[in-house]
Design a binder for this molecule. Structure first.
Ligand code: FMN
Length: 388
């Protein structure tokens, strides 16, 4: 963790003007897109759309099927009402959380998003730099367009690595060892993608993905592995559809860093995750990109949290667009949240500066929501915050 983010972690309500007024980004984004200032996360979308190639835009937005789950992920947060307390001293806000022995200045991390050179020429390097400047941890996708070592080389803040396990165990082991050697602090195995979903919108736009250098040495793949969505064979060769709990035990046994499962929705699977000794789980429906009509993740979270009953940290992603969403997720039992598309819109709109600004705005909104509900630290955010 950088000194900066540590120093910043106990922030009072007088957040620096630059953070609130988005000056840094405003400059970058103004020159990029004609004078619009980004005040909230939604403001980045039109800027990103204007700058990104049409196919890339479709790739980011796309969900599975009729995109019902994509919509539910966001809508579900809007239905949840907050129950504030008044006359609580919130002159000092402490947003710090400790995850697996690491202190994070605030409970917002960046979810793994593949193929970021589609959104910006500097791809994952820009995201990692932008995340570091804002003091956030980024989870780097194994389907990145940049080698995992190269992303690690530019990051000032700890990174986590997302793993798509392979049928070739030797290859998977090597990938894990490479991530550990490069200093990644945790491993998130994605378990909700035995195959890709029916991404009609992606297919219509004929999205072509770029090469994935982390897989350059993948057996028989040559130097140019890419995940053309139309080419199921290539995709199959890099996703392990036969994966079961046996592999989880094996992976856990080889991983030296905390090992998490990403993509748990069913409380019974959460229980199995505890039994198989994983370090944490991420309640996720892959941003609605795999199976349509799965519930919104914030609707699934409470049952998972109840089942886990404090035995390990539970995280959530999907549809988080406001500081109040972060607050609600924590109130319902999440230890921290991940955002996906919002920082990618920041990346598309203004590169590194856009990513930084997205995180700062969300963090600032989260602080406001804490103050206005009478919560001065993360430990005091609990279910009593939810209006029932
Ligand atoms: C363009 C795109 C690419 C993604 N790539 C990956 C990936 O490589 N691995 C993974 O586990 N999840 C991937 N995800 C899912 C995200 O990690 C996360 O679960 C989701 O984006 C959260 O929802 P949100 O976009 O509403 O914040 C991707 C999501 C998007 C939008």
């Amino acid at each position: 963790m950088s000194q900066d983010s540590k120093a910043d972690s106990k922030t009072d309500l007088q957040v620096k003007a630059a953070e609130v007024s988005a000056t840094g980004l405003a400059n970058a984004a103004e020159s990029a897109a004609g004078g619009t200032e980004c005040i909230c996360l939604a403001d980045f979308e039109p800027l990103a759309k204007a700058k990104m190639a049409a196919q890339s835009w479709e790739y980011v937005c796309a969900g599975a099927g009729d995109e019902i789950t994509v919509r539910w992920n966001e809508e579900a947060y809007r239905r949840i009402r907050l129950k504030p307390r008044i006359l609580v001293d919130v002159s000092k806000l402490d947003t710090r959380v400790n995850l697996f022995g690491q202190e994070h200045a605030f409970p917002i991390l960046l979810a793994p998003v593949a193929a970021q050179k589609l959104m910006h020429p500097e791809g994952e390097l820009a995201s990692a730099r932008g995340a570091s400047a804002a003091g956030a941890t980024m989870v780097v996708s194994s389907f990145a367009n940049t080698r995992l070592e190269d992303v690690a080389a530019v990051a000032q803040n700890p990174l986590w690595f997302q793993l798509y396990a392979q049928t070739d165990h030797g290859f998977t082991r090597e990938l894990v060892q490479r991530a550990e050697a490069a200093g990644y602090r945790a491993l998130c195995l994605t378990v909700d993608t035995a195959t890709t979903g029916a991404r009609n919108r992606e297919a219509r736009a004929a999205v072509k993905l770029l090469p994935i250098p982390n897989f350059a040495k993948f057996a028989g793949a040559g130097n140019d592995v890419s995940l053309h969505t139309g080419s199921q064979n290539v995709f199959k060769s890099v996703l392990d559809a036969s994966m079961s709990w046996k592999e989880i035990e094996w992976l856990r046994s080889i991983a030296k860093i905390p090992f998490l499962l990403k993509g748990v929705l069913n409380p019974d699977d959460a229980e199995l995750a505890v039994k198989h000794g994983v370090a944490g789980i991420i309640v996720s429906n892959h941003g609605g990109r795999n199976l349509d009509t799965l519930p919104a993740t914030i609707d699934a979270l409470p049952q998972v949290v109840e089942k886990i009953a404090g035995r390990m940290p539970v995280f959530v992603d999907g549809g988080i667009r406001r500081g109040t969403d972060v607050l609600k997720a924590l109130a319902l039992g999440a230890s921290a949240v991940f955002i996906g598309r919002p920082y990618i819109y920041g990346l598309g709109a203004a590169g590194e500066a856009g990513v930084t600004q997205v995180i700062r705005i969300l963090r600032r909104e989260f602080q406001m929501a804490m103050a206005l509900t009478g919560r001065s630290n993360v430990a005091s955010i609990d279910r009593s915050l939810i209006w029932t």
